[in-house]
Design a protein around this ligand. Structure first.
Ligand SMILES: Cc1cc2nc3c(=O)[nH]c(=O)nc-3n(C[C@H](O)[C@H](O)[C@H](O)COP(=O)(O)OP(=O)(O)OC[C@H]3O[C@@H](n4cnc5c(N)ncnc54)[C@H](O)[C@@H]3O)c2cc1C
Length: 407
């Protein structure tokens, strides 16, 4: 027999965004919260070689939610950032831009955190909370004036005043709510793996804008770095078919010599890259968050940061509504969330898309102009401080969690 349970908020999708949202709402006592993910609880998480550069404001939120203490030992502060712009065959790669990435309060602007460590910390926190976890693919029936129903293949039926689509780029909830998207494929793949290297990285993050796409070496704890290597789709398929030794030889052409000897650690994963923006972030009784709302190029390491900024804003409007006895799923409540997030997301999508295009050409005149531009920026410390503040997510009107305040 079908089991009916009534919640204030159902979150469809237990990726990083869905889980942090559930914990933020539970921490704020924002009613009964259910988290639904299609992956069975006892199934291993899909291998995720990715690590995320978590911006300072996100670290503040994770600390406020008491998640950061379980992650901090695995988190590597980024202390400097170097940007180069070269063709693969160039004998040396002059550094055009360097950033001291320390914020005025002495904190680093971002930390590199392996996704598997963050995931483990989130699972532990959820197990210790009142959040109800369900396994299954959400099928949502939307009714603007009554509660929304979420049916699972298990026969369970859940109802809530608000359903949050945190079910990733191909969000079913978004489609069921009739929300359209805009965007395009980049015809690029991001190849991701971890490297062990002979020489220390000293907290340095490097981004090499090669003509095939950005090649980022991002510091992890120990003499290890996370590699995000962007290639055109055809070249990526060729690289993925190589043996480990052949791939390592290709890598040696790209990784600068100051790392010393290098070795690939663990599997090489590949992700097709695209830009996708939902036209709306809300519909009656539905809000989108994370990749369900926006997918951007990973060259600035900002996709998850954007999703977690959605979390901070959505948790605040929902918690405030519940406290005031208002309906958390009404359009009046949700419009505050959409207003808060739309500009930030579009701004980041335009910036990452523009950078990918600007650096995706090897034409000499274009290279000359952009290197000249980077040279000018490099000589303007005040502008660089503003850019680092933006990347840290510490500028503009911020939700309380991003300021380190409890909801
Ligand atoms: C190569 C690469 C490098 C990146 N590096 C960075 C970085 O350094 N910093 C950064 O901020 N971002 C980075 N990103 C972006 C970041 O990884 C994503 O933005 C982030 O993982 C999105 O999280 P999410 O929880 O929104 O979605 P997902 O991680 O896609 O989670 C969605 C969840 O929903 C579940 N689900 C799906 N459909 C259903 C359904 N119908 N019913 C129930 N459950 C469902 C899935 O099982 C999954 O658990 C990178 C991305 C790539 C590709």
């Amino acid at each position: 027999m079908a089991d009916t349970s009534d919640f204030d908020v159902i979150i469809s999708g237990g990726g990083t965004v869905g889980r942090v949202l559930a914990l933020a709402l539970a921490d704020a006592d924002a009613g009964r919260i259910a988290l639904v993910d299609r992956r069975p609880a006892d199934a291993p998480e899909p291998g995720d070689q990715r690590s995320s550069a978590l911006a300072a404001a996100i670290v503040r939120m994770l600390d406020t939610l008491d998640i950061w203490p379980s992650v901090v030992d695995a988190a590597q502060p980024i202390s400097t950032m170097e940007v180069t712009d070269s063709a693969l065959a160039d004998p040396i790669r002059p550094v055009f831009l360097t950033f001291d990435t320390t914020l005025p309060d002495g904190d680093p602007f971002a930390y590199m955190v392996p996704n598997r460590e963050l995931s483990e910390a989130l699972n532990t926190a959820i197990a210790a909370s009142d959040i109800t976890v369900h396994q299954g693919t959400s099928i949502v029936s939307l009714t603007a004036d009554g509660p929304t129903t979420v049916s699972l293949e298990t026969g369970e039926t859940l109802t809530a005043r608000l359903v949050v689509a945190a079910d990733g780029a191909n969000s079913k909830v978004r489609a069921m709510a009739g929300i359209k998207t805009v965007g395009w494929d980049y015809d690029q793949f991001g190849l991701v793996t971890e490297l062990r290297h002979e020489n220390p990285h000293d907290g340095r993050a490097e981004e090499h804008f090669l003509p095939s796409g950005p090649f980022a070496i991002l510091p992890l704890k120990g003499d290890r770095s996370s590699l995000v290597w962007t290639e055109k789709s055809a070249a990526a398929r060729r690289l993925l078919a190589l043996s480990r030794d052949e791939l390592q030889a290709e890598l040696l052409m790209r990784v600068p010599p100051h790392y010393g000897a290098i070795a690939i650690e663990g599997p090489v994963e590949s992700y097709p890259l695209k830009l996708m923006l939902a036209r709306d972030y809300i519909a009656p009784r539905v809000a989108l968050a994370g990749d369900a709302a926006h997918v951007i190029h990973p060259l600035a390491g900002q996709g998850l940061n954007l999703g977690l900024r959605d979390v901070a804003a959505l948790a605040e409007v929902v918690a405030d509504a519940v406290r005031l006895g208002l309906d958390p799923g009404s359009l009046a409540t949700l419009e505050g969330y959409q207003r808060w997030r739309r500009f930030d997301v579009v701004q980041m999508a335009v910036a990452t898309d523009g950078l990918n295009r600007l650096f995706g050409t090897d034409l000499a005149p274009v290279r000359m102009i952009r290197d000249f531009g980077m040279g000018i920026v490099d000589r303007l410390p005040a502008l660089k401080r503003i850019m680092i503040g933006e990347a840290a997510g510490t500028g503009g009107s911020m939700p309380r969690l991003l300021r380190g305040e409890v909801l």
